[in-house]
Design a protein around this ligand. Sequence first.
Ligand SMILES: [Zn+2]
Ligand SMILES: [Zn+2]
Length: 279
Amino acid sequence: MTSLSHSQFALAFCVVLLAASSASSPPPAVHGDGERVLTVPSASGGETPNRWSRRHTFHAGDLLDFTPWNLSVLVVRADDYKRCAAASPLRRVADGKLFQIEGRGLFFFIAGAPALCEAGQRMVVRVATMEADLLPATAAPEHMKPLLAASSPAASPTQMGTADRDQSNKKSTLKIWIIIVSILSGLGILLLLIFCYIEWRDRKVRAIKMTAITAAKFEPMDCDYREGGGKVCEICIEEYRDQDTLGVLPCTHRFHESCIKEWIKVGVQTYCPICKVPV
Ligand SMILES: [Zn+2]
Ligand SMILES: [Zn+2]
């Protein structure tokens, strides 16, 4: 044992575990026709037949092998199963024969000897129902839908009242949203109209003010320009050149025509840049 390394010991442990687990629940054998063969344990083993049955899912076509029970097995009705009554079985499975599950629902098996049955050698097998029974109505095959619809209970008055209330709540919520959207749209349109009106009014005022500007040509020899600063535009601070087009305000102050028009266009500065007299 001392010569075994840790990895060898772990491997051996795994092999033992695997062997133990396969011994406790052998995989179902497959019959020649592809059907499963499930071997039913006897009550004298570690697990009772019923406990074994609860661990498994059975399907129509599965074969049950009762060999561990040693004696013949009876298929009985539910009440006979409870009483271990072997007098009138539905069917007898001879010792060593296989029982093939046909149909679905509950199957009751008891040992042929009542004493063994009393000792726990009996078993109930539940065979899975057809998949269609487990599906919701919406997924049921077309031909079954009318039947399912007819069998479903009608809505109670309370349920209908709740549905009506939900419907009216939805309607009132929708109405509130429509009102909010209408108010916001109205406000938006009103603001747009106000903005357009202000813009239109300013344009009109500016157009009127532009008419107050009279045009003139700069002539260097003109005495009006020779006296004190008259040679420089007070807006762009540039000297006039011969034949520049000037704009003259009513206060007689002169500027480049383009300079004074731009001055008035930009808005609030609607006064003479030199003497501050409103235009
Ligand atoms: Zn200028
Ligand atoms: Zn002026």
